[in-house]
Design a protein around this ligand. Structure first.
Ligand code: NAP
Length: 251
């Protein structure tokens, strides 16, 4: 009997794990996406979309679908989903592994100002009007409405649906990975003075950090939230090896 694995996704790592376990006869994986992106990339394993309905909803789902194990491969800033996974797995006795990509480390030439959240990032831009590159999710743009003196260029996967947005906002729709020379060109052509970023980690979006370094641009870096976790996995290989060592419940 195959091990029923629920993968909490929405990240490059979750998609890579899905590719790795697709066709593995020992595993019966199911990928879960929050549904933030209207046309997510096709996945090689069965996929479900949408929230579970809090801790209780997830616990119910784990029981009704007879899930044997959960792998939390959500984004480092998706702290609510991770907290729910920890609580629901504890409640149901389902093992939980967490795949967390390491943070980017500040290089000597980096000009980072680390702040706690998006509100603090908007404040850190200062009073004088600046040209700001926002590399954040669409749900975070509203915080910059409180600093309307700046010109913003926001790169997003999808257009934002909120009504509260900064007045001088230019939207650019694109999905990574991005390349360093193109990032440098973008920052130069748009005459960007400062970038706002999360410390996402990973290679797919690191080029903008390298480009800011090369151009000597300051980066307002939003610190990672505390993310509750299960058994920490260093990488996908370690995670698959761990899954192979588990037996389906009831066996
Ligand atoms: P979040 O704040 O931690 O979660 C908010 C709610 O969204 C959760 O309580 C849950 O709803 C639902 N949810 C989140 N991830 C889910 C998943 N994989 N499957 C089913 N439901 C999920 O999450 P977020 O920061 O909004 O991120 C949403 C998704 O986008 C995540 O899958 C994350 O990996 C991905 N993502 C996030 C970021 C980021 O910067 N936050 C960046 C890239 C990708 P219920 O309570 O109803 O279960």
């Amino acid at each position: 009997m195959a091990l029923k694995v629920l993968i909490l996704g929405g990240t490059t790592e979750a998609s890579a794990l899905a590719r790795k376990v697709a066709g593995d006869a020992r595993l019966a994986p199911l990928l879960s996406l929050a549904g933030r992106t209207s046309s997510p990339r096709p996945q090689p394993i069965p996929t479900r979309v949408g929230g579970f309905g809090g801790i209780e909803g997830l616990a119910r789902f784990l029981r009704s679908e007879a899930i044997d194990v959960v792998v939390d491969a959500t984004h480092p800033y998706a702290d609510q989903m991770s907290a729910h996974a920890v609580a629901a797995c504890r409640e149901t006795g389902v093992p939980l592994a967490s795949l967390a990509r390491p943070e980017w480390q500040r290089a000597p030439a980096d000009r980072w100002q680390v702040v706690a959240d998006t509100e603090a990032a908007a404040h850190a831009l200062g009073r004088e009007p600046r040209r700001v590159f926002l590399s954040l999710g669409r749900q975070e743009l509203h915080a910059f409405a409180r600093a309307p003196q700046h010109h913003y260029l926001a790169r997003l996967i999808e257009r934002p649906d909120q009504t509260t947005l900064p007045p001088d906002l230019h939207l650019m729709q694109a999905r990574g990975p991005f390349d360093r020379s193109a990032e440098e060109r973008l920052l130069r052509e748009e005459r960007i003075d400062v970038m706002v970023s999360k410390n996402a980690g990973g290679a797919a979006t690191y080029a903008k950090i390298e480009a800011a370094r090369a151009l000597g641009l300051p980066v307002v870096m939003i610190a990672r939230p505390h993310k509750p976790a299960g058994v920490a996995m260093a990488d996908i290989e370690a995670c698959v090896a761990w899954l192979h060592g588990l037996a389906p419940r009831g066996v």
